[in-house]
Design a protein around this ligand. Structure first.
Ligand SMILES: Cc1cc2nc3c(=O)[nH]c(=O)nc-3n(C[C@H](O)[C@H](O)[C@H](O)COP(=O)(O)O)c2cc1C
Length: 305
């Protein structure tokens, strides 16, 4: 028998697989289904300060090695989303990560405070979405000072452990990681989608996505995600949830060896189905048995030793 459990900020996960934000994370019913399918933890779709429709179709296009998406952060009224979170928390048997975003520094704090009232296991702040930008038109997560101010604002508004989700679309992810750790972040998740990228239909000569550009996710971005997690691990002491292109046990092991304590899975759930969590765990267990590892801790950050 091998032990694949892990721990993030003192919260135990029975296995290291986590549903990433944005996939099957809007309703309590879908989050409960993912938990029943074997995920070690689940993340909600990012909740926002006001109801948002998101972009018009087409919002997703498949490319070799992944997908491009420009869903545009659609979300219901915050009250409705929090009600759904409450329902999820009542029925679930794995930790729940409540993801959210704001449009101003103050708004991040206000939403964090509202969500914290229903006591999710973690807050995850999405400062990395290509669709939400600061006054200069850049995602909040690409500016170390702004990322620090948002982290501080949330820490002043809530006692729930805070995960800060970083974007890979920066010249130095170590600088952002250091700045959010110094401002009180309890954990870092990385990465959000890469890019943005673009796909043109050569018959019409026009971009396929209605938004023209979309974030890239799936296996194509895995090497970038592995490098980011490796660099973040070298920079901070807080735990890391590694996300980006994970679709099998080998990918999860690679991410854990880069320094992640748990792994987020998004596009692979969308493409391969909900039993992906169980399959990854099985492949992880088989690897650990055949390579004589008895506990997941022995794999964490192995590439740094
Ligand atoms: C359709 C779609 C919607 C997403 N929505 C969110 C979101 O609301 N909040 C967020 O933090 N990340 C969101 N993401 C990013 C994922 O959580 C993840 O960071 C990214 O897709 C990389 O992981 P993957 O390659 O396993 O998909 C979304 C991704 C996709 C594909």
């Amino acid at each position: 028998m091998v032990d694949t459990s892990t721990s993030i900020c003192g919260v135990k996960l029975k296995n290291p697989t986590v549903l990433a934000s944005g996939i099957l994370g809007v309703t309590a019913a879908s989050l409960l289904r993912v938990a029943r399918s074997g995920a070690g933890a689940v993340t909600t779709k990012s909740m926002g300060p006001v109801k948002r429709e998101g972009h018009k179709n087409p919002i997703i296009v498949e490319v070799e090695g992944g997908i491009l998406n420009a869903v545009g952060l659609p979300c219901p009224e915050p009250g409705e989303a929090i009600e759904e979170l409450k329902k999820t928390l009542k029925g679930i048997n794995v930790p729940v990560i409540a993801s959210f975003y704001g449009r101003t520094v103050e708004e991040f704090g206000e939403i964090a405070e509202r969500i914290s009232e229903v006591k999710p296991d973690f807050l995850e702040v999405n400062i990395s979405c290509p669709n939400v930008r600061d006054e200069f038109g850049k995602p909040f997560g690409s500016n170390a000072e702004l990322a620090a101010r948002i982290t501080e604002e949330i820490k002043n508004s809530s006692r729930i452990p805070l995960i800060v989700k970083l974007t890979p679309n920066v010249s130095d992810i170590k600088e952002i990681a250091r700045s959010v750790e110094d401002s009180g972040a309890d954990c870092i998740s990385a990465i959000n989608s890469l890019g943005p990228g673009m796909v043109i239909d050569i018959e019409t000569g026009k971009p396929i996505l209605s938004n023209k550009f979309g974030g890239i996710s799936g296996p194509a971005i895995k090497p970038v995600a592995i490098r980011c997690v490796y660099e973040i691990y070298e920079t901070v002491e807080i735990p890391i949830i590694g996300i980006g292109g994970i679709q099998n046990g080998g990918d999860a092991i690679e991410m854990i060896m880069a320094g992640a304590s748990a792994v987020g899975i998004g596009t692979a759930v969308w493409k391969r189905g909900i039993d992906i969590f169980e399959r990854i765990c099985l492949e992880l267990e088989e690897f650990m048995q055949s390579h004589k590892y008895s506990h997941l801790d022995e794999l964490i950050a192995k590439s740094h030793q």
